[in-house]
Design a protein around this ligand. Structure first.
Ligand code: TRP
Ligand code: ZN
Length: 879
C-alpha cells in the first residue's frame, strides 16, 4: 500500500449506474493459470438516468485482462482503462453485452479470496469482495443477476464439478477433460457465487419440504472423511425442518450442497445452494470431535442454511447493512440451538460470548455501530458487534413484539422484499408496519456504538405495599461518537419473596436516561432479579449484597439470572482479592484470606448448585465455572494479568479443596459406559464431570492429576480426552507429555484434530509456553498459509493465554507483531483479524501499554502493509 487507503462512507451510497441482469461464465480450470470468460448482460439503471456513452465501471483485482468486447466488437486498448481497481469503458447503449476474458492463478492465491486451491480442490470465497478477483464485474450486493456457469477441468483431478443452482448439462471433452454446466434461477449478488472442483467424496441424504418437494442433500469432503458427516447432515435436516416450523420458510431448489475445505478464512459461507465450510465445522465423529465441536457444527450448519432466506432471497443493499443478514441470522441460529438443546444454557453461552468478545470491542478503539458509518476494508467489519450485538437487537424486537408480532413482522419483511437488496431500515419498517408500532428510538441501537451501563436502586414501602425501582442508563463515548443518547430497551424484572417465589415477573421498557418503575401489591420486601434472560445487552452495575446474590443463585426462577448472580459474586470476590494481591506484594492465598467469610460463603453457594439435582447438568457445569481471565481483565483498569491469573488459580484451588467430596462424587457418578451420543443431555453430563475433574486437579492433590492422566488413557471419546488433556496441560505431571505425544501420533495426518493439539500448547500456563510455540512453528504440520493452524497456535496464544501474551518483558507482543507482519504478505484478512489483541493497550499499565503500542508501530511500519491490517493497526493505536 503506497498511500493511505480510501475511507468509504455509508452516506455516500448511490444506486449503481448499470445493472447486470444475466451472467454467463466459462472456467477453464488449471492450478497455475485458469482462464475465465464472462458474458455480462448489462442494462442502464433508469433511476440514474445513464445510457449510451456513460462510463461503465467493473471491479477487478489481481487478474490478467486478455480481451474486452462490447456487443460482439472487440475493444482496442485505447477504448478502455484498466488499473489496480478495475476496468472502465463507455456504454455502447442502454442494453448491451460485454464479453471479457481474464486469467487468474488459483494456486498462487494465498489470500483465500476469489478462486483458490485448498488441498487438491479448487474452491471460491467471494464475500465480501472476492468476486472481483475472478472476473471484472460490478462487485456490489445491489447488482443481482442470474448465473450460468460452465466448468471445464481435468477429469481425473476434478471428477466433481459444482456451482450454484441446478446442473443442466455435463459431458466429456478431449484431452482427459470434462465439463459441467450449472444454472441458478435466482438472481443473486456476486458475493454468493461459488464454484468447487476436485476429487471429493460425497455423502448423500434427502429432505421432503412442507409442500412435498424432495430435496437432495449432499456433503462433499476429502476421501476418508465420509464417516464424519453424519452430524452435519442431521443438523442440516433439523435446520430445514425448524425454519419451516418456526418461520414458515421452505427451501427453494431441488439440491443443497455443502463442501468442507481445509483452508478457509472464516467459519463457513452461505453461497446459494453451495455452502462452503471450514472443515472444522463439518467433520465430527465421537473420537475426533468434542461436544463443543458438535454444538458449533449444529449452529453453523443452521446459520448458513438460514441465510438462504435471511441473506440470499433478501440480501443487503450495501455492506454497511451487513447486520441485516448477519444479526438476523445469528438470532435465528441461537434460537434454533435453544430449541434443539437447553434454552437457558444456550442463553448463558451466547451472553458469555457476547461479553467476552463484543463488550471489549464496543469499549475499545475498534468500537463501531451495528450499522457502521464508514470503513476502509469491509472484511474488517465481520465483527462481534455486527453479528452478536446485531442479534441482540433483533432479540429485543422479538421481546418487545412477542413471538406473534415478531412473526407478523418477519412475514411482511420476506413478502415485501423477496428478491431485493435492502437496508436495516427496511427491516425495522416491516416490523413497525406489521405491528403498528414505532421503533424510532429502538433503531438507535443500529447507529450508536458502546455498551450502555445501567444502574438501579430499589425502594420498598411496606405500608403501601409498593416497590419502586429507579433505573438509569449511560453510554460512554466511543471513537467518533462523543455524545450518547438514551436507548430503548426491554428489561425483564422479577421480584422474589422470601420463599424464593416470584411476587412479580414483568417486562418494563426503559427509554429515558433515568426512569422509575412502580410495582403495586408487593406483599413483602423483595429481592430484585434484574434484566432476566439478559433481555437487554447492557452492563448492570449493582451493589446487591452478597446474601442477595446467594439467594438468587439458589432461588431465581430465571435460570440465566441464577447463573448471573454466581458470576457477579465471583467477580466481586476476585476483584477485591486482586486488589489485595497487589497490595500484599503478590500473595494470592493471603489475598483470599483477606476477604473474610466471602470466600467460604461463595464456595458453599457454588457447592449447593453443583449438588442440586433439580437443575440441568449442563447448567450446573456452567454455573460452577468462574468468570474467565479475559472477562476479569475488562473489569478494572489497569488490568493486571498476573494478579488475575494467580487469584483465579488460588480460588479454584480452594473450591477444589472445599468441595472435594462432592466433586469426587459428582465425577464418579457421572461416568458413563454407554456409547457416545452427542445429544445435549449426555453432553451436559460430560461437562459436569469435566468441571468436577478440573476442580479436583486444581486442588493440587496429586492423585487427581493421576486421575486425569488415567481418564485420558481410557476415554473412548474426544470430549473426555480433551477434558483430561486440558487440565494436564498446565501441569508438570508426566501424564502431560505422554498424552500430548499420544495425541500427536494419533492425529498426525488429521489437520482439523491436530489443531486442538497446537491450541492446547499455546494456552498452557506453563512457563515454557512461548518457547514451545516458537518450536511448534517448525512442526511439519504447521504452516502460516493455513488459517486454522495460525488461529490454533498464534491466535490462541494472544486470545487464550493473557498471562503469557502480556508477559512484562514484552516477549509476547514482540513475537506476535512478527507473526502479523509475516502473515500480512500471505493473508491480510486473517492478519487483520488477529491484530485486535494488541489494540487493548489502554487497559494495561504504562509499561505494558507502551510495549504494545511499540509493537503496533512496528506493524504499521511494515512496507506494503495491506489495507486490512493498516485499518486495524492504525485505529488500534489511535485512541
Ligand atoms: N457470510 C459468512 C457467514 O457469516 C461469513 C464469511 C464467510 C465471510 N467467509 C467470509 C466474511 C469471508 C468475510 C470474508 O456465514
Ligand atoms: Zn452469516
Amino acid at each position: 500500500m503506497s498511500e493511505q487507503p480510501q475511507v468509504i462512507h455509508r452516506k455516500d451510497y448511490k444506486e449503481p449506474d448499470f445493472f447486470v441482469e444475466k451472467v454467463e461464465l466459462v472456467f477453464d480450470l488449471e492450478r497455475d493459470v485458469t482462464n475465465v470468460k464472462s458474458r455480462l448482460f448489462i442494462a442502464a439503471n433508469p433511476a440514474r438516468g445513464t445510457g449510451k456513452g456513460d462510463e461503465v465501471f467493473l471491479h477487478g483485482e489481481d487478474m490478467k485482462l486478455l480481451s474486452v468486447a462490447l456487443d460482439g466488437v472487440r475493444l482496442a486498448s485505447s477504448d478502455f482503462d484498466v488499473d489496480a481497481e478495475g476496468l472502465r469503458f463507455a456504454a455502447p447503449g442502454s442494453n448491451f453485452i460485454a464479453e471479457i476474458e481474464t486469467q487468474i492463478s488459483p494456486a498462487n492465491n494465498t489470500r483465500l479470496e476469489g478462486l483458490y486451491v485448498s488441498q487438491s480442490a479448487f474452491c471460491t470465497q467471494c464475500e465480501a469482495e472476492g468476486f472481483r478477483r475472478i472476473t471484472y464485474f460490478p462487485d456490489r450486493p445491489d447488482v443481482m443477476a442470474t448465473y450460468k456457469v460452465t466448468i471445464n477441468a481435468d477429469k481425473t483431478n476434478c471428477p466433481v464439478l459444482l456451482s450454484n443452482g441446478n446442473l443442466i448439462d455435463s459431458g466429456d471433452l478431449d484431452g482427459g477433460r470434462h465439463f459441467a454446466v450449472w444454472e441458478d434461477p435466482f438472481p443473486k449478488p456476486s458475493y454468493l457465487f461459488a464454484l468447487v472442483a476436485g476429487d471429493l467424496a460425497c455423502v448423500e441424504d434427502s429432505f421432503v419440504t412442507m409442500s412435498g418437494r424432495k430435496v437432495a442433500l449432499r456433503i462433499f469432503v476429502e476421501h476418508g472423511n465420509e464417516d464424519r458427516c453424519d452430524y452435519a447432515m442431521d443438523s442440516l435436516i433439523r435446520s430445514m425442518k425448524w425454519d419451516e416450523e418456526v418461520y414458515g420458510l421452505e427451501y427453494d431448489l431441488d439440491l443443497f450442497n455443502i463442501v468442507a475445505v481445509s483452508d478457509f478464512n472464516m467459519g463457513a459461507m452461505e453461497n446459494k445452494s453451495l455452502n462452503i465450510f471450514n472443515a472444522k465445522y463439518i467433520l465430527a465423529k465421537p473420537d475426533t470431535a468434542t461436544d463443543m465441536d458438535y454444538e458449533l457444527i449444529e449452529s453453523i450448519v443452521a446459520h448458513e442454511y438460514f441465510h438462504n432466506w435471511s441473506g440470499n432471497r433478501v440480501t443487503c443493499r450495501d455492506w454497511f447493512q451487513l447486520s441485516l443478514k448477519e444479526g438476523l441470522t445469528v438470532f435465528r441460529d441461537q434460537e434454533f440451538s435453544a430449541d434443539q438443546r437447553s434454552r437457558p444454557v444456550q442463553r448463558i453461552k451466547d451472553v458469555a460470548q457476547l461479553r467476552a468478545r463484543q463488550f471489549p470491542e464496543d469499549g475499545g478503539p475498534l468500537a463501531h455501530p451495528v450499522r457502521p458509518d464508514s470503513y476502509m476494508e469491509i472484511n474488517n467489519f465481520y465483527t462481534a458487534t455486527v453479528y452478536e450485538k446485531g442479534a441482540e437487537l433483533i432479540r429485543m424486537m422479538h421481546t418487545l413484539l412477542g413471538p406473534d408480532g415478531y412473526r407478523k413482522g418477519i412475514d411482511l419483511y420476506f413478502d415485501r422484499h423477496d428478491g431485493q437488496a435492502v437496508t436495516c431500515d427496511d427491516f425495522a419498517k416491516a416490523m413497525e408496519d406489521a405491528n403498528g408500532i414505532d421503533f424510532t428510538q429502538l433503531k438507535r441501537w443500529y447507529s450508536q456504538a458502546g455498551t450502555p451501563e445501567l444502574t438501579w436502586t430499589g425502594n420498598y414501602d411496606a405500608d403501601a405495599k409498593q416497590f419502586r425501582l429507579s433505573v438509569s442508563q449511560k453510554t460512554a463515548p466511543t471513537p467518533g461518537q462523543p455524545d450518547k443518547q438514551p436507548l430503548h430497551m426491554p428489561i425483564a424484572i422479577g421480584l422474589l419473596g422470601a420463599d424464593g417465589s416470584d411476587l412479580v415477573a414483568q417486562m418494563v421498557e426503559l427509554t429515558s436516561d433515568s426512569q422509575e418503575f412502580v410495582f403495586d401489591g408487593v406483599s413483602e420486601k423483595p429481592v430484585v432479579s434484574f434484566n432476566r434472560g439478559f433481555s437487554a445487552p447492557v452492563n448492570v452495575m449493582t451493589d446487591q449484597p452478597d446474601e442477595e446474590l446467594v439467594f438468587l443463585m439458589g432461588n431465581d426462577s430465571d435460570a440465566f439470572n441464577r447463573w448471573e448472580a454466581g458470576q457477579k459474586y465471583a467477580t466481586r470476590l476476585m476483584l477485591s482479592a486482586i486488589t489485595a494481591y497487589e497490595e500484599n506484594g503478590g500473595d494470592a492465598d493471603a489475598a483470599l484470606d483477606a476477604q473474610g467469610d466471602s470466600v467460604e460463603s461463595f464456595i458453599a453457594a457454588m457447592g449447593a448448585t453443583l449438588m442440586n439435582d433439580d437443575l440441568d447438568k449442563a447448567f450446573r457445569a456452567d454455573a460452577v465455572m468462574l468468570p474467565g481471565e479475559e472477562f476479569l481483565s475488562e473489569q478494572r483498569k489497569p488490568a493486571n494479568p498476573e494478579a488475575i491469573h494467580q487469584v483465579r488459580k488460588a480460588l479454584r484451588k480452594r473450591i477444589g479443596l472445599g468441595l472435594m467430596g462432592d466433586l469426587a462424587n459428582t465425577y464418579h457418578q457421572n461416568a458413563s459406559n454407554a456409547a457416545f451420543t452427542p445429544d445435549a443431555t449426555s453432553a451436559g453430563q460430560r461437562a459436569l464431570r469435566a468441571a468436577s475433574l478440573s476442580y479436583l486437579v486444581a486442588s493440587e492433590k496429586g492423585e487427581y492429576a493421576d486421575l486425569a492422566a488415567e481418564q485420558y488413557r481410557t476415554a473412548d471419546n474426544m470430549t473426555d480426552q480433551m477434558a483430561a488433556l486440558s487440565v494436564l496441560n498446565n501441569l508438570d505431571h508426566p501424564g502431560r507429555a505422554e498424552a500430548l505425544a499420544d495425541f500427536e501420533e494419533r492425529f498426525a495426518k488429521d489437520g482439523v484434530v491436530l489443531d486442538k493439539w497446537f491450541a492446547l500448547q499455546a494456552v498452557s500456563s506453563r512457563d515454557d509456553t512461548l518457547a514451545r510455540i516458537k518450536d511448534l512453528m517448525s512442526h511439519p504440520a504447521f504452516t502460516m498459509r493455513n488459517p486454522n493452524k495460525v488461529r490454533s497456535l498464534i491466535g490462541a496464544f494472544a486470545m487464550g493465554n493473557p498471562r503469557a501474551f502480556h508477559a512484562k518483558d514484552g516477549s509476547g507482543y514482540e513475537f506476535y507483531a512478527d507473526r502479523l507482519i509475516e502473515l500480512d504478505d500471505i493473508n491480510p484478512q486473517v492478519a487483520a483479524r488477529l491484530c485486535a489483541p494488541l489494540g487493548t493497550w489502554a487497559k494495561y499499565d504504562g509499561e505494558r501499554a507502551s510495549l504494545m503500542k511499540a509493537a503496533l508501530e512496528r506493524v504499521l511500519a511494515k512496507p506494503e502493509i495491506s489495507r486490512d491490517l493498516y485499518e486495524i493497526a492504525s485505529k488500534s493505536i489511535a485512541s
